[in-house]
Design a protein around this ligand. Structure first.
Ligand SMILES: [Zn+2]
Length: 477
């Protein structure tokens, strides 16, 4: 099961909270309303599998039918149908056109949701063209083709439940899940969660259901370790290098799932392209290739979830840099290594996980020179090539690993309060579940690399804290 989400609004505060056995006296606790997803792998029977495919086909048909209708109208009148209009039109046509008699084999929700998706796609296209939508430019929505597009459909209403190792969906009935649904079932039972919609999709050979759920989440008003901070440098060599406020250095290698599986990928791709088009062997080869891709994605997501959960639990303030991932992926020498690490996912996960722990995520400006600045004297190098793995300062003779130096600079950024931005790109404001960003107390902090070196050589990093990092910890002295 995978849980992802974002914080939407604060509900109320409550005193007296115990966090994972850590008794914290009179810590305020807030209950925030969070929209998050609970995703379960399904174990459908052959007949249920058929019904799932049928529903996915219906959603695809509705999208294509709606897109066709919109194009016709745009050619004639210069405007499109809205999602609601399409649904109304569909309801008229499906009864009068005998060729569409099969529609009732699938839930009516599926068609409606497909029209909604199309409506949104058309709106996004217009906004992207106007320049009012962020992100890369979107093209006009395209027709979906069986076997080419993602098999997916959504229920926006109706009976959606889960219990034990089953989920119940409209029209499809009760389907066994591959894993226990107790985490969501418990919340549904005690009334702290409400299912908004259910999206069913297929990834390689497996079907999944993802419930979009509104959850009342208990969030500590203050992090369990107030004042703790960590700077995180995302890299290609090591997935992330973290240096905390005590100078403890943690390096997480990252599974490099794709690179490890590259030879297998090559073999499977070759087998696929050599099989005769349209043959059963080609379909089998495609299945094997898709399963390999899905496994790589799972290994990567697992490592990222473990790393970000540990960071958010251990540190109140997590500082990362705003990397230009799109630009880095566009560089074909870097693309594979960067995409393999999943930088964007790291930031997205840290954003909501720090919120859930009563901490905050600080995103350094894209132009913050974390790698080029000396963490000892603050001097800045005019240039630093990517191949230089060791940072050498001419001014103060500091010699430090490139990533460690960058992580220290990022960590100190949290304390200095300069160039601070939140993950949404605005000025630093407390998120709904976040922490007011009040300046970290300077206290008895020593400056410079002497302290970092000393603490690191003392074996300081994991001393006494109840959440151990489960990764291999490399201490650089
Ligand atoms: Zn220096």
């Amino acid at each position: 099961m995978r849980i992802c989400g974002c914080v939407s609004s604060e509900l109320w505060r409550r005193p007296g909270f115990t966090d994972r056995g850590l008794s914290v006296a009179s810590v305020t606790v807030r209950v925030v309303m969070v929209t998050q997803a609970y995703r379960f792998a399904l174990d459908p029977t052959p007949r249920q599998k058929q019904a799932l495919c049928s529903h996915a086909g219906a959603a695809r048909f509705a999208w294509n039918w709606g897109l066709d209708a919109c194009r016709d109208r745009h050619d004639a009148e210069g405007k499109w149908w809205s999602g609601v209009e399409l649904h109304r039109l569909w309801n008229q046509v499906k009864k009068t056109n005998p060729a569409l008699g099969w529609w009732s084999e699938n839930s009516k929700c599926v068609y409606q949701e497909a029209f909604r998706d199309l409506d949104r796609a058309l709106r996004d296209f217009v906004r992207s063209r106007n320049g009012t939508r962020e992100g890369r430019r979107l093209g006009f929505p395209r027709f979906k083709k069986r076997g080419r597009c993602r098999d997916s459909f959504r229920f926006g209403s109706g009976a959606m439940r889960c219990a034990g190792r089953t989920v119940t969906l409209p029209r499809l009935g009760t389907i066994a899940t591959h894993e226990s649904t107790r985490k969501l079932a418990r919340r549904l039972g005690n009334g702290t969660a409400r299912i908004l919609s259910a999206t069913v999709s297929r990834a390689a050979h497996r079907w999944f259901v993802s419930f979009t759920v509104q959850v009342d989440r208990t969030v500590p008003g203050r992090h369990a370790r107030p004042g703790s901070a960590v700077g995180v440098d995302l890299g290609v060599k090591t997935l992330l290098t973290a240096v905390d406020d005590h100078g403890g250095v943690t390096e997480i290698a990252g599974p490099k799932a794709l690179r490890a599986g590259l030879r297998k990928l090559q073999r499977l791709s070759k087998a696929h392209s050599r099989a005769q088009r349209g043959s059963a062997n080609r379909a089998k080869a495609a299945g094997r290739l898709a399963r390999h891709h899905a496994r790589v994605a799972n290994v990567r997501a697992d490592a990222l979830h473990k790393a970000t959960t540990a960071l958010a639990a251990r540190y109140e303030t997590v500082v990362v840099e705003d990397l230009n991932v799109t630009g880095m992926v566009a560089n074909r020498r870097m693309a594979r290594a960067v995409a393999d690490q999943g930088f964007a996912a790291v930031r997205r996960m840290l954003k909501y996980k720090t919120g859930w722990n009563g901490g905050r995520l600080v995103v350094a400006d894209r132009w913050f020179p974390s790698s080029k600045t000396c963490s000892g004297c603050g001097g800045r190098k005019p240039s630093l090539s990517l191949s230089e793995r060791t940072f050498r300062c001419e001014a103060c003779d500091l010699v430090l690993g490139r990533d460690v130096n960058a992580a220290i600079n990022l960590r100190d950024l949290a304390a200095s309060g300069a160039e601070r931005r939140n993950a949404c790109g605005g000025d630093a404001r407390p998120g709904p579940a976040g922490q007011p960003p009040g300046k970290q107390e300077p206290g008895n902090r020593e400056r410079g690399q002497d302290r970092d070196r000393r603490r690191a050589s003392d074996g300081y990093p994991n001393s006494g804290y109840p959440y151990p990092l489960t990764f291999q910890v490399t201490v650089t002295s």
